[in-house]
Each structure stands twice: as structure tokens, then as C-alpha cells.
Ligand binder design. Structure first.
Ligand SMILES: *Cc1c(COP(=O)(O)O)cnc(C)c1O
Length: 386
């Protein structure tokens, strides 16, 4: 990839140069006063970005899948009932993780591109009375966003701990952890948080920590165990050093800088910016005749888009987009893998990035002899933004 290419996949995203510079600072020891202050401050900023003043943040070296593993391994004991709502590939992955720790999982699976109706979730909560409800805010395999606020309310009504995989939503879409009653929100650094891959972020409510403390069996994952990490996070929050595993010092520097930028923009402004850019981009995609995986605009994520290829066009067009300097992602959902592609538009993404992406898509389609109203995508996009 040339340094001038644009990475427009749903994670890792394009990173802000200031974040990359922060990462390149000399590595301090994890007990150095300057690192203690920086990590403590980063944990506080994490709570602010998740809108979770009452929660405890865990920032641990690993990917988003580790964040899922941390949530599941610390909350599940063998035989616990879990209701998992799946809108795609990552919902299914959560089920596999939960089962690994002995959960009895009931799976409610949405049709491809759709969500599970709330009344079905409510009925299943009432029937099975699960200890935990898991949902994927944005399933990156479909670009479908669920209604976290409504689902969390249902979970709470039935006394379930609400776990949200927010890997493709946190810091891009609205997610008010405390206010909405979400118990665990998890994400990874490389998506809308805007930091190179390597950090798992898990933010945990007092209620979830209480459930963890009431466990009768030890956590079956040594690295993920909150027994090891809770004293570490509490120490740094109190501006003291503590050790369990060496923290990823330079990624913490980067996270500190990215969270500073995110909070300077403001969570509401940031959510509104993602919405506006997403609406305009999706309108542009529709104007050149491409259908999208989410079956209704109202359930489409604002951090990414998932357009179907037009008839007669196949995944080779991704290579033609690539030749135009724009990197987009192929399909991920097994049922439709060859039929669509994915564009990430989160974090520091700009209108110019999306205009360049639409232009490259139009150019690639033209080169593939797809007939459409040439230029309509870009024109619609610009009009929607104006
Ligand atoms: C990317 C992603 C994950 C997995 O994160 P990794 O960092 O690749 O392990 C999990 N859930 C969702 C919704 C994602 O988008």
C-alpha cells in the first residue's frame, strides 16, 4: 500500500497523524511517573467517551476478540443462561466464545440485513430468564445497527446483564452506557476509537462487577481474568503503578491522544458528523444504483456501508477500486460473501475521503462496463452534504 492510499475498510481505519506521532514517543517504563499519569488519565477519558461515569474501564493489550473473550470469561460460569442476539458474523463469534466458557446459549438470529424484532427478544427474555443478554451494536459483516437503548432496557427489565459488542460503533454511533443501562461495552482500538490495532477496551458497570465477585468458580481464562486486571486498573486510576502484564505503553500514548481529540470534538458532535457523512455516502451509493445490505435505512450503521455489487459485476471490481488508490473490504457474511463489499467511514474520515471513495467506485464500475448515471453518486453526495 502506498502512503498516499486511503484505507477505507471497517477497521483498521485511517489514523490521525497526531495519534501516530504520540505513539512514536520514547517508551517509558510502566512504573515511570509520566506513564502512571498518562495511563490514569487515559482510563478517565475512556469512561468519558463511553458516557460511563460509574463504570470501571479495562484497557488491555489485545484485539476486539480479546475484549469479547474478557466479557464472556469473567461473567459466564458453566451452565449460565445467555440470550445472544446475532445480526451477523460477530454475533455468531460471540456465541462461540460464550459456549467455550460453558454458557447455555439461546441464539436469536436476524435475517441477513435485518434486526431481530424487539418483541421476539422480549418474549425470549421472559421465557428463558437469562443471566446475560449479548448484542452487537454494529455487525461489521452486514452494516446493520441494532437499537441498543431499547435492547438494554429490555435486558434490565428481565434482570439480565447487558453486554454490547461496540467494536464498530463506540466513538462513532450514539451509545450512552450509564444512561441506557448497559453493563459491559467493549471495543478495539483500530475502529472508531482511531488507534492502531492492539488494544481491547472493556468498560464494566458496578452491577457486572458485582456479578463477577459473586462467582463460585474461577475464571477459566488466566490472561482475561478481572481478578488480575481490576487491581491494575484501580491502581492507575488512583495514580499508582501496579503490574500484572506489561501494558502496551506506546498504544496507551496513542489512545490518550485519540481520546483527547474525540472528546474535544464532543461525543454528540462526533455522532452527528458520522451520521451526516454516512447519510450522504449512502445516498451517493443509491444514486448509482447499488442496493445495500441493511434492509432499511433506519437500521443502517453510520460507521460503515455495505453495498451489493450490481448485477453482472463481481468482487473483481474491488481490485479496480484499489487501483484508484482506495482500499475497501470484501464481504464477510458467509451467506452473501461474494455479493457485496464494505466501506468503513469512521474516526477522522473527511468529506474529501468519501468523495474520493465514491469517485473511485464510479470509475471502477465504468471500467467494468456497468451502465449507470455517471457522476450521479458524487453529485448526490455533495448535494446531501451542502
Ligand atoms: C472488528 C470487530 C470485532 C473483532 O475485533 P478484532 O480486533 O478483529 O479481534 C468484533 N466485533 C465487531 C463488531 C467488529 O467489528
Amino acid at each position: 500500500m502506498s502512503e498516499r492510499d486511503l484505507l477505507m475498510i471497517p477497521g483498521p481505519i485511517n489514523f490521525d497523524p497526531g495519534v501516530l506521532r504520540a505513539m512514536s514517543a520514547p517508551t517509558a517504563g510502566h512504573t515511570a511517573p509520566e506513564f502512571i499519569e498518562r495511563f490514569g488519565c487515559t482510563l478517565e477519558l475512556t469512561k468519558q467517551a463511553f458516557l460511563a461515569p460509574s463504570a470501571t474501564p479495562f484497557v488491555i493489550a489485545g484485539s476486539g476478540t480479546l475484549a469479547m473473550d474478557i466479557a464472556a470469561s469473567n461473567l459466564v460460569e458453566p451452565g449460565d443462561k445467555v440470550l445472544a442476539v446475532s445480526t451477523g458474523y460477530f454475533g455468531e463469534r460471540m456465541v462461540a466464545i460464550l459456549q467455550r466458557y460453558g454458557a447455555e446459549v439461546t441464539l436469536l438470529r436476524a435475517e441477513v440485513g435485518d434486526v431481530v424484532p424487539l418483541d421476539r427478544v422480549a418474549a425470549e427474555l421472559a421465557r428463558s430468564q437469562p443471566k446475560i443478554l449479548t448484542v452487537t451494536h454494529v455487525d461489521t459483516s452486514t452494516g446493520v445497527a441494532v437499537d441498543v437503548r431499547a435492547l438494554a432496557q429490555l435486558g434490565r427489565q428481565h434482570n439480565a446483564l447487558v453486554v454490547v459488542d461496540g467494536v464498530c460503533s463506540v466513538a462513532g454511533m450514539e451509545l450512552r452506557q450509564d444512561e441506557w443501562g448497559v453493563d459491559v461495552t467493549l471495543t478495539a482500538s483500530q475502529k472508531a476509537i482511531g488507534v492502531p490495532p492492539g488494544l481491547a477496551l472493556v468498560v464494566v458497570s458496578p452491577r457486572a462487577l458485582e456479578a463477577f465477585r459473586a462467582r463460585k468458580t474461577p475464571v477459566a481464562n488466566y490472561y482475561a481474568d478481572w481478578t488480575n486486571w481490576l487491581p491494575v486498573m484501580e491502581a492507575y486510576l488512583a495514580r499508582k503503578a501496579a503490574y500484572f502484564g506489561t501494558p502496551p505503553v506506546n498504544l496507551v500514548y496513542a489512545l490518550h491522544e485519540s481520546l483527547r481529540q474525540i472528546l474535544a470534538e464532543g461525543m454528540e458532535a462526533r455522532v452527528a458528523r458520522h451520521q451526516k457523512l454516512s447519510d450522504a455516502f449512502k445516498a451517493g451509493i443509491a444514486a448509482i444504483g447499488l442496493k445495500q445490505v441493511p434492509v432499511r435505512h433506519a437500521i443502517a450503521a453510520t460507521t460503515m456501508s455495505a453495498p451489493y455489487f450490481p448485477a453482472e459485476i463481481d468482487a473483481k471490481v474491488i481490485g479496480k477500486i484499489r487501483e484508484r488508490g482506495i482500499v475497501v473490504a470484501g464481504g464477510l457474511h458467509p451467506a452473501i460473501r461474494e455479493k457485496y463489499f464494505r466501506v468503513g467511514h469512521m474516526g477522522v474520515v473527511s468529506p474529501a475521503d468519501l468523495a474520493a471513495t465514491l469517485s473511485a467506485i464510479e470509475g471502477a464500475l465504468l471500467a467494468s462496463r456497468y451502465e449507470f448515471n455517471e457522476g450521479a453518486g458524487l453529485a448526490t453526495f455533495e448535494k446531501a452534504l451542502a
